[in-house]
Design a protein. Structure first.
Length: 171
């Protein structure tokens, strides 16, 4: 069986680096198999890879970098994430989802809460401690997403299937 496809929004390099540092420090090492990321779609059928690559490339070529704001520390129950507000990215994600209408899993049919996970599958007390620590120094931060990426999910780690930087002009 071929691997399902994951569509993500690419963080700018500085934020990507910080998120990676938080993951290395707080994510259980045996579970930390993929880089820090913002998931847009979790499981497109592998038969759509060529179509997904073409769509993501075309969208990234047309779109300017997508504005966003890092808004808060997010409680994931047994984990911690950095919450992101980006109506423009949600609009872009809706365009991608509409293109693949009828091919989405139930989970991908809903609108996501944009975030980057920095800790997951730990004891609740450990998650609450990290949330309190991060919240004590957290500041909202505006940024722009750098592009879109496609990955093959291999049951744990991912394999890169392509990434496309936003190249459109700001209107």
């Amino acid at each position: 069986m071929r691997a399902p496809l994951v569509v993500t929004a690419m963080l700018p390099a500085a934020l990507q680096g910080r998120a990676e540092g938080l993951r290395r420090a707080h994510y259980p090492p045996e579970r930390n198999q993929v880089p820090a990321h913002v998931t847009l779609l979790r499981a497109l059928p592998p038969s759509l890879e060529a179509e997904a690559r073409a769509l993501l490339a075309a969208l990234a070529a047309e779109m300017p970098p997508v504005p966003a704001t890092l808004t808060s520390v997010m409680d994931l129950g047994t984990g911690t994430a950095l919450a992101i507000d980006s109506p423009a990215m949600l609009d872009l994600r809706a365009m991608i989802a509409e293109h693949f209408h009828g091919m989405l899993t139930l989970q991908d049919q809903g609108e996501p809460r944009l975030h980057v996970t920095v800790q997951n599958k730990v004891l609740r007390a450990e998650a609450k401690t990290l949330q309190a620590t991060l919240a004590a120094t957290f500041h909202t931060e505006r940024f722009v997403f750098a592009g879109l990426a496609l990955h093959r999910w291999l049951g744990g780690p991912w394999e890169n299937a392509g990434h496309w930087s936003f190249r459109g002009r700001v209107r």
